[in-house]
Write a new protein. Sequence first.
Length: 76
Amino acid sequence: MMTANRIKQASLVLLALLLAACGEYKQAVAYENGGYQGKKDERVWDNDRSLHDPAMWKQMIHDRNQRQNEYDRSGD
């Protein structure tokens, strides 16, 4: 009798967890007045470090990649 009661309780808990996991929320982007109203994306070079210059940003990325290049780091 005790095991049947435990199985019943466990199945009720499992059912409750399964039903709670089925909650689906709206994930669509809200468009108002025909456009996206969220945060504007910035260009990757629009920061103080690269002085808002795309060429400087590209050079910074190139230099960083070269520092990770094992052939250049080995000194051979």
